[in-house]
Ligand binder design. Sequence first.
Ligand code: PLP
Length: 389
Amino acid sequence: MKTNSHELVASVRSAVDPFLAMDVMVAAQARSAEGKQVLHMEVGEPGHQAPLIVREAAKAAIDHDRISYTPALGLLSLRERISAHYQETYGAVVPHERIAITTGSSAGFILSFLSAFDTGARVGLAAPGYPAYRNVLKALGLIAVSIPVKAENRYVITADDLQAVHDKTPLDGILIASPANPSGTMLLPDAFAQLITCCAQNHIRFISDEIYHGIVYEGAARTALSHTDQSIIINSFSKYYCMTGWRIGWMVLPEDLVRPVERLAQSLYISAPYISQIAAAKAFDASAELNAICQQYAANRRKLLKALPEIGFEGLHPADGAFYIYANAGRFTNDALSFSKSLLDNTGVAATPGVDFDPDQGQTMMRFSFAGDEVTIDKAIDAMARWLG
Ligand SMILES: Cc1ncc(COP(=O)(O)O)c(C=O)c1O
């Protein structure tokens, strides 16, 4: 029988929202191609390339190794190095057997959701929050439950918020990032402990996205491992280690999920890229280079925290870590998407509309990434002050 091509349609599960930060990046690149200035503050991507020893290790692997598959959970050498990192950085004992290497933290989300939850499970997310969480949950047939965060709680989910949502309709899991994207806010130690206790009491799976650890300006980032060995930790070499394009990250799993994740990874990915695994193991020895880059972020952050309110952006969220400022542009717009387009057209500043992170409350919000160089930040501040001042 002949099939009418009009009957072939994309799946309902693929109808996830676009990732607007990436759409803004494409628009910014088109503007660049026309020879116009672009000041990139849209994507959360370090301006620096991976540390020198990382790149050298990759070159040596290409010359001397057979670039092969690895075990699905990753090369033993990298898993052992990450285990040592937990001891060195947090004083936490994490056996390498509980560590799984992933193709960036993005693969970690898929593996954690598939291994921990069945179709229809309800997973709580902070609003605002990283958009891929809800898109991946939706594509996998899970329900993203938005939990609005409040200024008086430093824009983090509290145990009380969680309990209230759970009492209404039970949750199966919660996913937290601290430092968070887009707000940069961190859970204070007590709030972190209370949230984890609340999860344990209510049998809610706790997933901790720790991708911005290492990039912290106020306080210290805590790993959920300091509180419990039952949570799923997701981490990556993309941010602090400046390795976005290497697509490499890791998870720390509770023992019962190690084999399920291994089975899923075998079929979904076979393994993370060999070269990236070899190179990533060296990233832990590049602290001096990486901390100097963080100093640059800190200088950018200081400038923006001063300049953005002077320009007219209000209600800046406390950017404790990561490299973002989430600011209220309500004086200029109640349509953040159009505002981001006008901002790009009129000033060359590419920034991300808040609706990406919070479809309900993000209409007046903008996220500025300050992971680029100082010159970009200076020029962006000048251009915005001229246009909006
Ligand atoms: C909070 C958060 N988690 C995960 C990711 C994805 O990172 P990866 O490159 O490790 O897939 C990002 C990227 O911006 C992020 O902001």
